[in-house]
Design a protein around this ligand. Structure first.
Ligand code: MN
Length: 228
């Protein structure tokens, strides 16, 4: 049996609805500007440019129902997203076969230190400190695709303190789930345990301590996260 010189880090994981076993998280990929109305609100052309991706760390996944307001920012935004959980992977996966690799779906929020992201964009530096920080990926329970079917349309929304902030439909995604899996697999060897946060519709905005976010994806359910 392998032993380690220090205690191995805890395996990041997400619960699965109706199961005692957890879904272990390997990587967290996030696609940028995948809904035209959000691309426009961020000052970009929504034409179908090639998708781009960044990553959060697996241990940024947060299923606690609480989001501790992070250090070094005074402009932390919510981005409601459909999360795709992979049960297998590979390289150069064809879009028509891509959904075979999907274990299930969840509701997630790509929490973003928008001020730090903007500074990094302006300096042409990586966005990482704006995106991949502690607790920055609240994710609800995964619902197996065997129960939900594959989700191509349906409402996606987020409210803060009962007021709707974001509203869209999964059918507005510029790059659909099979296409983003296929494209990712050209650049990375994707694998079981990977999560893909599939982009956010318009209406992103700031939260403050004490706010309650309720994210919702039709066919999956709600994710309630308190900012603490
Ligand atoms: Mn996002």
């Amino acid at each position: 049996m392998t032993s380690y010189v220090i205690t191995p880090p805890r395996q990041a994981a997400v619960s699965v609805q109706g199961r005692d076993e957890l879904f272990p998280v390997r990587r967290v990929y996030c696609i940028g500007r995948n809904y035209a109305d959000h691309a426009i609100e961020m000052g970009h052309d929504p034409d179908r440019e090639l998708p781009f991706f960044f990553q959060k760390n697996a241990d940024n996944v947060n299923s606690s129902g609480e989001f501790p307001y992070p250090a070094k920012s005074s402009d932390v935004h919510h981005e409601i997203e459909l999360v795709v959980a992979l049960k297998s992977g590979g390289v150069n996966i064809e879009a028509e076969n891509a959904l075979e690799h999907v274990y299930g779906y969840a509701v997630g929020i790509d929490m973003t230190r928008r001020d730090l992201q903007a500074e990094m964009k302006a300096a042409r530096r990586p966005w990482e400190i704006g995106k991949a920080f502690e607790h920055s990926a609240p994710v609800g329970p995964i619902i197996p695709a065997s129960e939900t079917g594959h989700l191509e349309s349906g409402s996606i929304s987020l409210s803060v303190n009962g007021e709707q902030r974001q509203k869209g439909d999964l059918n507005q995604m510029i790059w659909k789930v099979p296409e983003m899996i296929s494209y990712l697999s050209e650049y990375y060897e994707i694998a079981a345990g990977d999560l893909i946060m599939s982009g956010t519709p318009a209406g992103v905005g700031p939260v403050v301590r004490g706010d309650e976010m309720v994210g919702s994806v039709e066919g999956i359910g709600e994710l309630v996260v308190k900012v603490v």
